[in-house]
Design a protein around this ligand. Sequence first.
Ligand code: 8OZ
Length: 376
Amino acid sequence: MSNTLFDPVQVGAWQLPNRVVMAPLTRNRAPGQIPTAIMATYYGQRAHPVSGAGLIVSEGTPVCAEGHGYSDTPGLHRPEQVEAWKPVTAAVHAQGGHIVAQLWHVGRISHVELQPDGQAPVAPSAVRANAKCYLIKDENGQRSGGFVDCSEPRALSIDEIAGVVESFAQGARNAIAAGFDGVEIHGANGYLLDQFLREESNRRDDGYGGSIANRCRIVIEVVRACCDAIGTDRVGLRLSPVMEGNGAVCDPQAQAIHEHLLRELAPLGLAYLHLIEGQTGGARDHKPFDYAALRAAYRNAGGRGAWMVNNGYDLALARQSLAEGADLIAFGKAFIANPDLTARLRQGGPFNEPDRATFYGGGEAARGYTDYPALT
Ligand code: 8OZ
């Protein structure tokens, strides 16, 4: 008999009480890029071992100043940010939960006004993304703005790539200092690492571009550096092989790229691989991709990390996926609206509906953030 969503599982260094994961969810609730008190309430509400997530993945948290592409996203690169994350991780642990920090660098999905000294965002190549980023301006005490076109990026030099890798490693060390149980490296959704994987955004002719091996190189270096920094059993990686959006187009070699990447990573002993199936937040069959073949490539190369899947899951689909070999199911929007999602899944519902109007922003207001009711 296959496992159910409610069976415990050992994932890397963590003994998780169930297989329900809270997916990373950008909420833009951190003015000045610093986590706030209400974020501790929000994550704590979702952390209970019986009613909440077995594992929480934090919203994306940039590892360096250049890694920001949206206003009010909480970073993990300045000492005051590390301090401000501590009450969040403490609130999760007070409930008996587990939380990893999602380490993020947006690359070209940014705007000069979000960059240090108004510089161009950095990217594999100087190719502008046909995409928007989120920019709120503060003028005379008034906040205004919204989605704006991404700026033209500039290509990272080889030396700067080493610096980016080190930023992720430092982000991992900072995560542990802030009380996180580990990290998830954001290699998905058209951000910096994903930009290296795809030929449309990566036009480099050095060791980081061209061949599949070269395009995967920075991701492997980042994973290794984070593993060296905090231990392989505390590191996961998120990928979205065929996602389109954020300017990313599906790469004609998506299957081969991801199989190469996971074969290379297999011997490391990562805690988990996190796969967004299909179009992030959209159709699961967006483009052809053989996820079973990807997992087989990883397993056949000796990869033993937990296999986490995400995108549009309900109870029936979760059951099917667990029976077919997945270990963990990540739920996103459902966790926005249901702090006790696991309790609701256990009894087959009912589920609160998420309100899209309050997905992003809202500062320290409870509305649409910490005021979704739990079952009584
Ligand atoms: C929604 C809005 C802004 C950022 C992702 C980090 O797609 C994000 C994100 C999602 O991975």
